[in-house]
Design a protein around this ligand. Structure first.
Ligand code: SDX
Length: 429
């Protein structure tokens, strides 16, 4: 709590509300008693000015373009840490020591297989099913194989195992959906490999020939997953929290988060960006034409990968990914014309008053697809990659909500429909 208070005057009555101050100096008016005191609620569609919780997981400053996981700057973690190290950090609050990391990696490796019965589910999806639809369904179905995972208040070791199972199985489920899509044989995990390398092996390996993981690809993927690992109360994390707040199990809560992430305004934007850049290229590369369309209120076209609810400056993740784009494509000898279009598009937009006035900058999705494409990930799998990266963050948010015994999420509303009226029999209408 802060010593500061907020005073509001309603109907001639003055109400004093407490102010909460966070560890980074952020402040909020605590309105939890407002309705009981005054009969009024607040209204904030899209929760643009409303905090849903206090959290110790991720700090971001949209004006300054700052992003920290448990206090560690994202720039340092992306450069120096492994994705499982960052997953441990998000879940437990501190970076693991050698023994803790080895134990965590061992637990994840141990659970990388999925129940053989799950393979049948994949056969019944249409061959062109979008992998996000498959992933959301398969993650939810995991709860039917592990009834103990139903109760989030089981002993800590059960919850820990439930978490390890999910982090271990998600890459396997993602790779199976990809192989299924291609009609290729499933590759079982090879637990001699690391987490990232195992995923690449299950995605691109074939039973007919050996598969060597390219360290450049593995490093790029490690960086991308770290950059996506958490982002405080974004749409999908808030979805995970509100579904989990009903004491639904972790797997169902994460499945709901996957569904929310799929939207083109959220994680689905990384697929939209590449499709947008290819459309611009196929349309002759007239970038100004498409920037003008994005500005035209009568045109539904938006510049995907641009703009952000919180960042009103450069998304720090976009800076890192843009730099990594050049490095990875150069190391791999890939020349992707779409990257040039992306850079020109960014340059034109950032000089255009429409984008400058609205503080619209490239976000995490603007360049990520170019790296995914360079390392061989198909466009329809881009949002699955976002979900793989965001998984530890979602789980950390869910666990914080459970451990803080937060109440079931149930917002209020202001009713604007018909006032009371009596039923009229159909013959008299
Ligand atoms: C992610 O919240 C998170 O943290 C999300 C995320 C995470 O890590 O979890 O960072 C991941 O979802 C990144 C965002 C990916 N989405 C896109 O790239 C889709 C394109 N972006 C927009 O749809 C939009 O910018 C949002 C959805 C990201 C943010 O929308 P807001 O905060 O509701 O802002 P808004 O729609 O009210 O826009 C403000 C103004 C509007 O114009 P005016 O009504 O003021 O005239 O900016 C315009 C908008 O029309 N605008 C755009 C635009 N984004 C906003 N105009 C053209 N192109 C765009 N991309």
């Amino acid at each position: 709590m802060s010593s500061e208070t907020a005073k509001i005057i309603l109907n001639g009555n003055e109400y004093e509300l407490p102010v909460v101050e966070g560890s980074e100096g952020e402040k909020a008016i605590d309105i939890s008693k407002l309705r009981a005191l005054s009969g009024y609620i607040t209204l904030d569609p899209g929760y643009k000015n409303t905090g849903s919780t206090t959290s110790a997981i991720t700090f971001l400053d949209g004006e300054e373009g700052i992003l920290h996981y448990r206090g560690y700057p994202i720039e340092q973690l992306a450069e120096k840490a492994s994705f499982l190290e960052v997953s441990y950090l998000l879940l437990h609050g501190d970076l693991p020591n050698k023994q803790q990391l080895a134990e965590f990696e061992g637990n994840i490796r141990y659970h990388s297989l999925v129940h053989e019965d799950m393979k049948r589910f994949f056969e019944f999806f249409p061959s062109n099913a979008h992998p996000m639809g498959i992933l959301a369904a398969m993650v939810n179905s995991l709860s039917t194989f592990y009834p103990k995972s139903q109760d989030p208040h089981r002993p800590a070791r059960d919850v820990e195992r439930t978490i390890h199972r999910l982090i271990a199985k998600m890459p396997t489920l993602a790779a199976i959906s990809y192989k299924n899509n291609l009609g290729h044989p499933i590759m079982y995990p090879d637990n001699r490999l690391g987490y990232i390398e195992n995923f690449l092996y299950m995605m691109f390996g074939l039973p007919t020939e050996p598969y060597e993981v390219d360290p450049v690809v593995a490093d790029a993927l490690n960086k991308l997953l770290i950059l996506h690992a958490d982002h405080e109360q974004n749409c999908s994390a808030s979805t995970v929290r509100i579904v989990g707040s009903s004491q639904s199990n972790l797997y169902s809560s994460i499945s709901a988060g996957i569904a929310a992430l799929w939207g083109p305004l959220h994680g689905g934007a990384n697929q939209e960006v590449i499709e947008m850049l290819e459309t611009i290229r196929n349309d002759g590369g007239d970038i100004q034409k498409w920037v003008d369309k994005a500005k035209d209120k009568d045109d539904p076209f938006r510049l995907f990968g641009f703009g952000h609810r919180v960042y009103k400056n450069f998304d720090p993740r976009a800076r890192i990914i843009k730099k990594a784009c050049d490095e990875v494509l150069k190391k791999m000898g890939v020349n992707d014309p779409v990257l040039d279009i992306a850079k020109r598009l960014e340059e034109i937009a950032l000089k255009d008053d429409y984008f400058v006035e609205r503080k619209l900058y490239p976000n995490v999705d603007f360049y990520s697809g170019i790296i995914y494409r360079a390392i061989g990930i198909p466009t329809r799998m881009f949002t699955v990659m976002f979900a793989l990266g965001r998984l530890p963050g979602w789980i950390a948010q869910w666990r914080e909500m459970v451990e803080n015994k937060e109440p079931i999420g149930r917002p209020r509303q202001i009713y604007t429909g018909a006032t009371k009226r009596d039923y009229v029999p159909v013959e008299k209408r």
